[in-house]
Each structure stands twice: as structure tokens, then as C-alpha cells.
Ligand binder design. Sequence first.
Ligand SMILES: *Cc1c(COP(=O)(O)O)cnc(C)c1O
Length: 387
Amino acid sequence: MSSPKPQPTSKAIITATAVIDSQALLANYQQIKSLAPNSKILAVLKANGYGHGLARIAKLLANSLLIEENSVDAFGVARLDEALLLRTAGIVQPIVLLEGVFNQADLPVVAANNLHVVIHDKEQLNDLLNITPAKLLNKKIKIWLKIDTGMHRLGIASNDFDKCYQQLQLSINVDNPLTLMTHLACADDQKNGTTSKQLALFEQLTNQCNEPKSCANSAGICAWSTSHYDWVRPGLMLYGVSPLLNADNESSNSAQALSIKPVMTLQASIIALRQVNAGESVGYGASWTSDKKTTIGVIAIGYGDGYPRHAQNGTPVLVNGRIVPLVGRVSMDMITVDLGIQSTDNIGDITTLWGKGLPVEVIAKHASTIPYELLCNIKSRVQIILN
Ligand SMILES: *Cc1c(COP(=O)(O)O)cnc(C)c1O
């Protein structure tokens, strides 16, 4: 191995940093509104706001003058702790616990904090029906009744719907009207027949009910206008990422075609440069060997920041306006890229791992995963810059 070229060292180096584009977030919100103009929006923030920061994203959406009525209609989270964190952060909008509560003892906490709860099975239903109003401090709770229309994960069976619906309507613990909901299993695939079947069953079960209804996640919003109903529940597309299959190229399924923009741009600097000759290997396990003389750049991000360890050789990285390939194994704190023999890149140059100019959908494909997993894997040591 030859010794490294002398490099200017005056540039400030940044380690893994996620730049959060608040304008993009609000533009995506507007785009959702224009795709589903007659629906209210429940913004889904679970898993730390898909890695973007739970309270950070909630505050941006809760207080924006750019949003009609200056605020989002409601937020959705998966866990009670997430909802309480939002209340502590000063969020006053309705918050829906998308999986409901897991213990009857949590219901008084829900009532005290004005949370809405999903009821998805008979245990949760009975917990609510059987608790004495005094334990809830005589408060009624807003309920979203979830029906299983074919995903077979959460939701009461369609046969049980009528009975559960009536019991809830009559319960003194319920703040009527209910919201009726279901979740779509295959909405990301426009060719999959499951969605039409789910929507037909939902319609058949609920068409006599006057309550508000909700079916659509991001993919439903983009691809199934008959799923919109009264409330849409966008997660991924709020963050500017396409929820549809095969979104990693310039097809009509891409984020660009859907007119949404990435909210997170993940960046880090080059911290070292070296030349390798043909036949020399790079990184742990010597899993990549150069077939030519070239310049290797070492970038200050690794799986300890949430960059996927399974990203293959050839995964694109954006360096000074061009795409270069990841080479060698992803380490905890570093990755290595092939900058080419002509490289004029310097230590300190900021590279983009995903976001503006390099969709996370593309990186997910190279790492055999989905954008959801990459975003919510962002680790706490990653610096966040709010733009
Ligand atoms: C996570 C979740 C969503 C949002 O899904 P996206 O695909 O991210 O839009 C909507 N509804 C429910 C019930 C969820 O759990």
C-alpha cells in the first residue's frame, strides 16, 4: 500500500448528521392534503417519528402557519410512552394509540391525558367496558374500533363487528361517536387484489354506520383513493419517502413522481483518503479487493449510527455531486467508498448517505430492506440539525 497523499486538514469534519428539512415536511403534509382533500390527517409519529425525532416532528406539524387551521388534525403513535412524551412536550392535539393499551390499569392514564385508543380485540373491549367510570375519573374515552378485514394481524373479526360496535355505543365509558378503522396489508402494490377485497368488506360492514371511518396508510393515500374516507393515516410519506413498491427508480412510484421530498438527509465527512493498488483489499474480512489502482475514501458513519451493515458493495454514496460505490464491509463507525483514481475529493468533504439527491428507497434496495427500517434505525448519537 502506498502512503496517503498529503491533504489539507483545515476543513471541519462532521460525523454522522441528519439534517431535517422542516419545509419539506410541511410541503409533504400539503401534498397529502391535496391527494386526500376531504379527509382529516392523522400524522403517524411512532418509532421516534420514523427516526426524525418524535417531539421535533410533532411540534413542527402542531404549530405551522403553513398548515390550514395552523395545525395537523391528530397524531398517531404505537405506545403509551410515546403519547405521554408528546403531552410532556406540550402537544395538545388529539393523539391516537394505534394499538390501544395493553393493560386495564393504563386506561385512567389515557383518560387523564385525553388520548384516543384503538380497540382491536375483545380483551381490550372488555377492559374498557368493565372499568368503573370512577376509575377513569368519570371521563369518557374516544375510541377507534379496528376491524380485521383480511390482514389478520390486529382487529376484531368481521363476525364480531356488530356486537362490539353496539357494546361500545352503549358504554358509559365511551365518548361517542367512535371512529371505525381497518388496516391495509398490500396497498403498496397496485396490482394486488387484496386491497379491493379489504375495502369491499370494510364498506359492507360499516356502510350503515354514520361514524367517521379510516383505512388509508401512506400507500392507501397514494394508490387507493377509495380508501381515503374521513381520516387518512400517513406515516412514511410525511417524511418524503415513497410507500409504493419499486420506488427506487424513476418510475411513477417514486417519491419524485408523488411530489414528496425527503425530510431527512443523512450526511458525514470523509475522514481519510488512501490509495490502493490492484489486488489490495479493504476493510474487515478483506471482503472487497480492488481490481485497479484507486483512491479509497473513509466516511465517518457506520452501523453504530444506523447505516445498514448489510449494504452491499456498490451501494451508492453521493460525494461532491457524483455517485460512488460503497466498497468493503460497513464498520461500526466508518464506511469505505471507491472515489476513483481521478479523485480530487478532500478530507472534510461532506457526503450524503441518503436524502436529497439520493433517495433512501435506493439504499434500502441495496441493503435488502425497506426505507421504514433504515429511517427508524437512526441511532441517538447521530447529530440532528433542524433546517
Ligand atoms: C404505522 C401505521 C400507519 C402509517 O403507515 P405508513 O405506511 O407509514 O403510512 C397507519 N396506520 C396504522 C394503524 C399504523 O400502525
